[in-house]
Design a protein around this ligand. Structure first.
Ligand code: PMV
Length: 290
């Protein structure tokens, strides 16, 4: 038997654009996914899920030289397809469970690398940021193909996270953005430049703990995400309710098309007002970064 767990994540700035080469900033969230594997006569999983999870699991186990069949038990504190990195966190937890079964311990970097094998099955063309955040923890700045670096958080971020079920899957949302890149290269390249500048400003604002500026940058980032077609009416409603409730800024997090939006509160006290403003139509919880 082998056991492993992983943190989940929220991307604060740069999702989608990071797939095409900008920097992005995100942080691990304390909500976990835990995986337990035990030898069995066929590869199976205890949750209702598509074949893709079994395919990704097989790839991860094979890459770790664990050839036999396993029954996989998953216990997740986050919903899947929510933008909180279910697939990456599952892949990290499974890699750690497989290592545990083999009697070895993975470094965070190794856990991230094995999880990336799973992410490729789930998403086709993942940037690698989600698995890095889930495996390494903390707040990170990431650029595809480079080693993630730790980001300084000058003042804690009090976030309200609101969830609405997704109408599209990450793979299709990522492919949709790639189509825009192909069809409108000049438009996309301008957005990439703007996004890169925004992420650099956000890094400085995070270090200084400049909450009003971070809110403004979140709003701006949401505008770029709208322009590549990954927002949707439910996310827009959450964002507008959060802003009416006093959020300094709000945006979708992760792939979009539904899933989660994050709203930045001025202080911990303000999170309650924002949650109240979003109301009961959506699943809402608080998260603190830093
Ligand atoms: O929605 P999630 O948790 O699968 O996050 C996807 C993040 C993207 O930037 C859209 C894709 C990627 O590989 O970085």
């Amino acid at each position: 038997m082998g056991e492993g767990k992983s943190l989940s994540k929220a991307i604060l700035f740069g999702e989608h654009f990071v797939v095409h080469g900008t920097h992005a900033i995100g942080a691990a969230l304390s909500k976990e996914i835990r995986v337990r594997i035990s030898k069995s006569d066929k590869l199976s999983i205890n949750i209702q899920t598509g074949q893709i999870v079994l395919d990704a699991s097989r790839k991860i186990l094979d890459s770790m030289d664990l050839r036999g069949n396993y029954s996989i038990e998953v216990d997740a504190e986050i919903p899947s397809s929510a933008g909180l990195g279910w697939s990456a966190a599952y892949s990290v937890a499974l890699a750690r469970a497989a290592a545990n079964e083999k009697g070895i311990t993975l470094t965070p970097e190794q856990a991230s690398q094995y999880a990336y094998v799973g992410e490729k099955v789930f998403h086709g063309n993942p940037s690698g940021f989600d698995n890095a955040l889930c495996a390494l923890g903390g707040a990170l700045m990431f650029k595809r193909g480079e080693k993630p670096i730790s980001v300084k958080i000058g003042a804690p971020l009090h976030l309200v996270v609101a969830y609405v079920p997704r109408t599209s899957v990450t793979r299709d949302l990522v492919a949709g953005v790639s189509r825009i890149k192909e069809e409108k290269p000049e438009f996309f390249s301008l957005l990439m430049k703007k996004e890169e500048a925004l992420v650099m400003n956000a890094k400085d604002a995070l270090a200084k703990g400049d909450i009003p500026l971070l809110g403004k940058l979140m709003d701006e980032n949401q505008e770029y995400l709208r322009q590549v077609g990954v927002s949707n009416p439910a996310l827009e409603e959450i964002i507008s309710l959060a802003k009416k409730g006093g959020a300094m800024g709000a945006k979708l997090t992760g792939a979009g098309g539904g899933g989660c939006a994050i709203a930045l509160a001025r202080s911990k006290n303000d999170t309650k007002t924002i949650m109240h403003a979003i109301g009961t139509k959506y699943l809402v919880f608080e998260a603190q970064i830093g």
